[in-house]
Ligand binder design. Structure first.
Ligand SMILES: Cc1cc2nc3c(=O)[nH]c(=O)nc-3n(C[C@H](O)[C@H](O)[C@H](O)COP(=O)(O)O)c2cc1C
Length: 180
């Protein structure tokens, strides 16, 4: 195996060059305890079957609970939901106190005003080094009725917002975006 030529800090900083959205993954354990965790590692995987993924760090307090749940929801946050993102990025404590929560079609807790919610059944879990990669098969989805809502962005270790005026720029070669 080749030795790496960089330290963790440089690696993290370089990864920060790739902007992502922010999601909160939510579930309920067999004993009825709600789980919720902020993730930027969400990504699409497959259309047929409909699969998505996120990764959970193994040292997270809730890691063992995540490996046990059979269903979960991925709630994609809007630019107005920064506080919610912070709330679910903190260890321990009751992250749910005082929150309005909806029940999804599959019985998992889902967050109101998310841009999109993907309710999943657990499909696969893979070794991802100090994380595990969770792949979910989407069984139900909802999208925001507020089409003008913008997503919360994470880039360079900070939250960002999209420049709404940028959306007005028509794509120059729209054909390459078809299906993506
Ligand atoms: C913007 C952002 C993105 C994050 N993405 C992830 C992620 O993809 N995977 C992960 O394991 N933790 C991620 N975290 C950290 C978890 O949200 C945090 O460790 C949380 O406390 C875990 O919940 P727990 O303590 O209840 O297990 C992220 C935090 C922030 C602020």
């Amino acid at each position: 195996m080749l030795a790496v030529s960089f330290d963790d800090r440089r690696f993290r900083d370089a990864l920060g060059a790739f902007p992502t959205g922010v999601a909160i993954v939510t579930a309920v354990t067999e004993s009825g305890e709600r789980l919720g965790m902020t993730v930027s590692s969400f990504n699409s995987v497959s259309v047929t079957p409909p699969l998505v993924l996120f990764s959970v760090i193994r040292r997270a307090n809730s890691f063992a609970a995540w490996t046990a749940v059979k269903r979960y929801a991925v709630n994609i946050l809007s630019a107005q939901q920064e506080d919610l993102s912070n709330r679910f990025a903190r260890p321990l404590g009751d992250k749910w106190t005082g929150l309005t929560v909806l029940e999804g079609e599959t019985g998992v807790p889902v967050l109101p005003n998310a841009l999109a919610v993907f309710e999943c059944e657990s499909y696969a879990r893979y070794d991802g080094g100090d994380h595990d990669i969770f792949v979910g098969r989407v069984v139900s989805l909802r999208t925001t009725p507020h089409r003008q809502d913008l997503p919360l962005i994470f880039f360079g270790g900070r939250y960002r917002r999209l420049d709404a005026s940028f959306q007005d720029t028509p794509p120059r070669d729209a054909s390459i975006f078809e299906g993506w």
